[in-house]
Write a protein that binds this ligand. Structure first.
Ligand code: SF4
Ligand code: SF4
Length: 167
């Protein structure tokens, strides 16, 4: 009999505890995101689609050292290097990435590439809307990820040539 009474009190206590948690949550502010009607709040360190950075002069920071590709556990970074010349200077180093692709079918947003980069050329942006029924758009090219030339910086030599400008 004493056992039965103990069990009843135990069960009642558990129910009261549960109700207490429910009431507490009911009084707490709602944290539901109304995405896509409202943009989500992303933390500063959120790892979204990568960005390829430029220096203050507008030159690409990537010097095609391949360290990011080596560090990538998904082998989803593809780079083709080319040499800078006096006539065509794209990056501040000897080489630049003529081709720089990331395959987001495989990327796991681990950030190892960002950690490995010696020039801070590759960073995570906040873009996350990359879902697709097709695999092709998920292969992002350098042109998709390269940030704009900073205001006031002189465009790199090749871009002047492409736009018909010059010295
Ligand atoms: S975030 Fe990770 S998986 Fe994605 S490209 Fe960088 S190293 Fe590779
Ligand atoms: S992004 Fe950084 S690590 Fe990758 S090739 Fe360019 S300079 Fe090297």
């Amino acid at each position: 009999m004493a056992n039965l009474i103990g069990e009843v009190f135990g069960a009642a206590g558990a129910v009261l505890n549960g109700m207490g948690v429910t009431l507490k949550e009911m009084m707490s502010p709602t944290v539901t995101e109304n995405y896509p009607d409202e943009p989500p709040v992303l933390q500063e360190r959120f790892r979204g689609v990568h960005q390829l950075q430029r220096d203050v002069n507008g030159l690409e920071k990537c010097v095609a050292c391949f360290l990011c590709a080596v560090a990538c556990p998904s082998t989803c970074i593809y780079i083709e290097a080319a040499e800078n010349t006096e006539q065509v200077r794209i990056s501040g180093g000897e080489r630049y990435a003529r081709v720089y692709n990331i395959d987001y079918n495989r990327c796991i947003f681990c950030g190892y590439c960002v950690e490995a980069c010696p020039t801070d050329a590759i960073t995570h942006g906040h873009g996350f809307e990359v879902a697709s029924y097709n695999t092709s758009p998920l292969v992002k090219r350098k042109e998709d990820m390269l940030v704009a030339i900073p205001v006031g910086a002189k465009p790199p030599v090749n871009e002047l040539a492409e736009t018909g400008g010059g010295h």
